[in-house]
Design a protein around this ligand. Structure first.
Ligand SMILES: Cc1ncc(COP(=O)(O)O)c(C=O)c1O
Length: 414
């Protein structure tokens, strides 16, 4: 047998031997028909017990990799070698340029996490979408997770409601009714994997290939990708100091995506005049408005603005929220509160994509909210972010302003 087998340490000897023999067969280093040494000889050769080699041979026989011929020995089964890779340069490791080709659409989509801004960890990080996790009460969260775990252990193992955990939907409904003036009850809330999945589900149920979608310019590219992936044509509408320019909205837009509380990326809120104009326009053109209220909680100057959905009398607005900015993005919990006519389809889309979001984090978050920890955390981070903002503004108009001596002397070290 021309195959190198080696055993490292004394842990999982059978597992080590099994994996090496199996890999040698699949990779063709042990050809079909090759005769293996006896279990006794192999055990001696490797310094393991005969029980170990027997156990491995039996497992490989059971899986069809080896055949035992009485009186003759143990042989490698035929036809198990994996087809060689298309390019000898790449061996068995699959490469991006060989193998089945994905739909051409995905070639144009940037890989967000490998973007240069995400690779660098500067001392002063102004990267958007990052929350201060040091302020998150992980001890309380641990208790909520433990409680959810106990509940989960008692529950029967089964799929759950695609709309989400009932207590979380209730907590979200209370929160958005009170804080964002969105008129809803718990059955109106569908829990999603972040705002991104809410946008993807809306795209799935609303759009057909070729449909037009109006988006803000500048805007939020991941939302555009979700719409484009459903085959939509993305039509950019300029944003000015009042928000999206409603006079330039295309009459054929099936869906209009906006960030009225805090325009992404410019940060301005949409004025009340524009909100009214947008709703009036959407009613006339039968366009569904997707309101992405991704960080509406954080308003640092002036009166808090209510959501666009709170002005909607005709059921035109699908309201999308997320915990990515108030808690942290890795949680992957968001929600959509859509007009009743879309709800059934959204639930079926959610069920089709992933059945439902992880129940453990949903139950933990429900407890975190219903016990008042979320509201307390929000007050704390709001205050801390406001202080940071004040400091930044003071520096941008002081020592860091283009006219200041400090700016001229040390621009590279900032
Ligand atoms: C405009 C906008 N919407 C939504 C999100 C958050 O999405 P998710 O809830 O999927 O993390 C972000 C995050 O930066 C955003 O900027």
């Amino acid at each position: 047998m021309d195959i190198q087998l080696s055993i490292h340490g004394r842990q999982d000897l059978a597992g080590q031997l099994y994996r090496q023999l199996r890999a040698a067969i699949v990779e063709g280093r042990l050809a079909g028909g090759a005769r293996l040494p006896s279990t006794r000889d192999l055990a001696e050769q490797l310094g393991v017990s005969r029980k170990t080699t027997l156990e491995v041979f039996e497992r490989l026989q059971g899986e069809g990799f080896l055949l035992s011929r009485t009186g003759l020995g143990t042989f490698v089964a035929d036809g198990l070698q994996r087809a060689p890779a298309a390019s000898p340069d790449f061996g068995f490791v699959s490469s991006a340029s060989f193998g089945p080709a994905p739909n051409a659409f995905w070639a144009g989509i940037p890989d967000m996490l490998s973007m240069p801004a995400r690779q660098i960890r500067p001392k002063f990080d102004f990267l958007g979408g990052v929350t201060d996790k040091k302020r998150f009460p992980f001890d309380i969260w641990r208790r909520c997770i433990n409680h959810a775990l106990r509940m989960q252990a008692r529950d029967r193992g089964d799929y759950k409601d695609p709309g989400g955990d009932q207590s979380l939907r209730l907590a979200i409904a209370r929160y958005v009714s009170f804080n964002r003036a969105v008129n809803c009850n718990w059955t109106d809330v569908i829990v999603t994997q972040g705002a991104q999945q809410a946008l993807d589900l809306l795209a799935r149920v609303l759009l057909s290939p070729g449909d037009a979608v109006a988006v803000e310019e500048p805007g939020y590219p991941p939302a555009h990708t979700a719409f484009a992936a459903a085959g939509a044509r993305i039509l950019s509408v300029p944003v000015d100091s009042q928000g999206i320019d409603t006079s330039q909205l295309p009459g054929n837009a099936k869906l209009t995506y906006v960030t009225p509380s805090h325009q992404f990326p410019l940060g301005i809120p949409m004025t009340i005049e524009r909100r009214v104009a947008l709703l009036e326009w959407a009613g006339r053109h039968q366009s569904v408005i997707v309101e992405d209220d991704y960080d509406g909680e954080f308003r640092f100057t002036g009166r808090p603005l209510e959501s666009l959905a709170s002005l909607d009398q005709k059921g035109l607005v699908a309201y999308v929220g997320t915990f990515s900015k108030t808690l942290f993005p890795e949680l992957r919990i968001g929600y959509v509160i859509a007009p009743p006519s879309l709800r059934g389809a959204l639930l079926k889309a959610k069920q089709t994509v992933d059945w439902h979001s992880c129940t453990l984090t949903q139950m933990a978050l429900a407890r975190f909210m219903l016990e008042g920890h979320f509201a307390r955390h929000l007050r704390r981070v709001h205050k801390a972010y406001a202080e940071r903002r004040d400091t930044l503004i003071a520096h941008l108009s002081g020592p860091l302003s283009p006219g200041s001596m400090f700016y001229r002397l040390r621009p590279a070290s900032i």
